[in-house]
Write a protein that binds this ligand. Sequence first.
Ligand code: NIG
Ligand code: FE
Length: 411
Amino acid sequence: MKADLIIDASTIVCCTDGEGAGIIENGYVAVKDGRIIALGEENAPLDMRDRDTRIINAAGKTVTPGLIDAHTHLVHGGSREKELPLKLKGVPYLEILKMGGGILSTVRNTRSATKEELKAKARKSLDQMLLHGTTTVEAKSGYGLDFDTEIKCLEAANELKNSHPIDIVTTYMGAHAVPEEFKGNTQGYISFMVEKVMPYVRKNNLAEFIDVFCEEGVFSPEESRIIMQKGKEQGFKLKIHADEIVPLQGAELAGELGAVSAEHLLAASDAGIDSMAKGGVTAVLLPGTSFYLMLGKYARAQEMMDRGVRVALATDYNPGTCPTENLQSIMTFACFGMKMTPEEIIKGMTLNAAHAVDRAEEIGSLEVGKKADIVIFDAPNIEYIVYHFGINHVDTVIKGGKTVVENGRIL
Ligand code: NIG
Ligand code: FE
């Protein structure tokens, strides 16, 4: 493969482990055979500028690792803009769900869609993500709930992984809601997931993680514990939607069971935060969802960081509580909603997000030997990207050493 040499970048944000975000001013990044082979300040060594090297001039621009969206509900049918009047009237999210709307309305639309229709819709979203700088996404099922539709959605995600530049990490989230056919029989639904769906998903390698919506009126902490334990026994890694609206000690559970990540966490207690720190659980915070649910409240990012929890950020892209593919918008919500600094934010979407999907060995930072997933923003520094909000700053996206977006367009 030809080498690429990014030169004269105003800012390079390496996102390496440790304090700060590892910023290099006026530097270069060299890429060969899909990997980062060198980077540093000032000029690249002259022997790198041979005839076979493509030079990318990044003067006035900012270079970061490819963004990682560690929490999305990528594959689903339909949309929910018709719920806007209810939301504006102040009907709470969990109330809409109880009325058979919310997640359950998306379940109906997902069940009635074909796999090809779901893929076409998800592919459009992946294109948007790529254009906005995302190179890896986590994708959860959970809008099928029955066997056929959950498998259809996971197969769709896996097929897209092989046909789109974005890397996809898949999660089985049958425990997203209790489907109407199991209403009043949560135990029966749990047995069905554990005995019927999980073994099939595992055997066919359709998902690496499982996830549970531990929430009042959805899955209780006791039920969540059983689902997670059974999943772990079958070889799945664990995620949990924890303490989003009602504090149910989901964060404590995540720490105790050794989950890779716990998500949302708006209502997480001090003990929950300590349990996550102790268990090495990455917090995936979703400030776009706080904004969109009009909760008037955000997760306590600062306390989490102070108490030693690694904080990642994601979109939560889904049709109900955060319909956006754009991680740059999430940067703004993280800054203004949770007072995170631009350096904390960019790390939350790169290295820390890589930890949340258990890929930190491969991606998430600009370091020699890591995969060449790189974004070049048409902005002089990361502060500028967070500050100038609501537009797309991405100029170039390199995925595994291959340029896939140039001048803001997919190639
Ligand atoms: O992460 N909280 C649960 N699940 C999604 C929302 C799903 C929906 O409303 O469709 C979330 O916010
Ligand atoms: Fe979610």
